[in-house]
Design a protein around this ligand. Structure first.
Ligand SMILES: C[S@@+](CC[C@H](N)C(=O)[O-])C[C@H]1O[C@@H](n2cnc3c(N)ncnc32)[C@H](O)[C@@H]1O
Length: 324
């Protein structure tokens, strides 16, 4: 089927009227809260700068490999096999759309719909205008407009903590997920040590009054801090400090400071621009909730979903959830 036929099929999945221009439509405006608006603008800014870097291919490759681990697929053929039975795939909070494009390539029989509240949705639509089964919507995933239970695979990777109300968002993702065998794949930031949490909270509040330029400048400085700490190449044994949430063990100095005190991301394989965008991504959106593992399990159970797969790592929790 061609794009026009497919856009009609996509529109039929929605309760709200959608007017497509090619592969793009905007949901009618639900007015974002101040915090969500600031978060949208921060991501519009991040993605518009990142679009022009030449480090994207390495970053996308890294993200795809991580995705396979986060959601228990192991390798690309397993993910492809998993998507074989899916007719409708939703990438909730799709950013520049590269994961939606990957899913559309692995599942050419399915309709893949990416949605983002920031300007990245339109940029994604332009980048992937040639893919006949891939569509992009600008809108709030907490009010997605989908009919009940029409999505086979809901992907919400690295997004829910940036939404205005994570509980309402998760309820929405659960509502639109097919009741018999559908799945929601979702990622949550993990709470970190107390000094890091306090500094992060301070910045979440302060960043709303700082211009993007100042935040980019700080992101460059944090990247340089990470680079210099890494270059020291120091490993040491840290003691446990449970009251501060600091876990003892053998650490590289940069990683110890990163996990416990201040996000100073530096990864030479991903490159300078990606490291800087990662630091900007952390300190510029005012909305960025962190969760304990218990909070994630409670949220999933509260919305009537069971856990097909659950993954824990220092930075995050991720899992696939469906009706038991
Ligand atoms: C860290 S990025 C992750 C993007 C993409 N999922 C990925 O894995 O590369 C978070 C994205 O969520 C989007 N976002 C935040 N709140 C949203 C909401 N309420 N509705 C739709 N998108 C939202 C942001 O605009 C941003 O593009």
């Amino acid at each position: 089927m061609n794009q026009t036929d497919n856009s009609g099929r996509v529109a039929a999945l929605f309760d709200v009227a959608l007017t497509f221009e090619g592969n793009f439509a905007a949901l009618s405006d639900s007015a974002p809260s101040h915090g969500q608006q600031q978060t949208n603008e921060a991501f519009t800014e991040k993605w518009s700068r990142y679009e022009d870097t030449d480090e994207k291919a390495a970053f996308y490759g890294f993200q795809r490999d991580w995705y396979l681990r986060l959601y228990g697929f192991g390798d690309t053929p397993s993910l492809r096999a998993h998507l074989e039975g899916c007719e409708v795939i939703f990438d909730a909070g799709c950013g520049l759309g590269y994961k939606a494009a990957w899913l559309a390539e692995l599942a050419p029989h399915a309709l893949v719909i990416g949605m983002d509240f920031s300007g990245a949705a339109l940029a994604a639509a332009k980048t992937y205008a040639h893919v006949p089964n891939l569509f992009f919507l600008r809108g709030d995933i907490a009010h997605s407009g989908f009919r009940d239970g029409v999505v086979d695979y809901v992907n919400c990777d690295q997004v829910i903590m940036h939404t205005d109300d994570h509980d309402a968002t998760f309820a929405e993702l659960s509502r639109i997920c097919r009741p018999d065998g559908g799945e929601v794949a979702c990622y949550f930031y993990a709470k970190k040590a107390l000094p890091r949490e306090l500094l992060d909270d301070h910045f979440r509040a302060a960043c709303t009054n700082l211009p993007h330029e100042a935040l980019w400048e700080m992101s460059a400085q944090l990247t340089e801090l990470g680079r210099r700490l890494s270059a020291l190449d120091v490993t040491f044994d840290a003691p446990d400090i449970p009251l501060l949430g600091i876990k003892g063990g053998t650490y590289d100095l940069q990683r110890f400071i990163y996990w416990n005190f201040i996000k100073c991301f530096w990864n030479p394989e991903l490159g300078h621009d990606t490291s800087m965008a990662t630091n900007f991504d952390w300190y510029s959106p005012s909305k960025a909730r962190r969760f304990s593992e218990d909070e994630v399990h409670e949220l999933v159970a509260k919305h009537g979903l069971g856990e097909t797969f659950f993954h824990v790592e220092e930075a995050c929790f991720a899992g696939r959830f469906g009706r038991p």
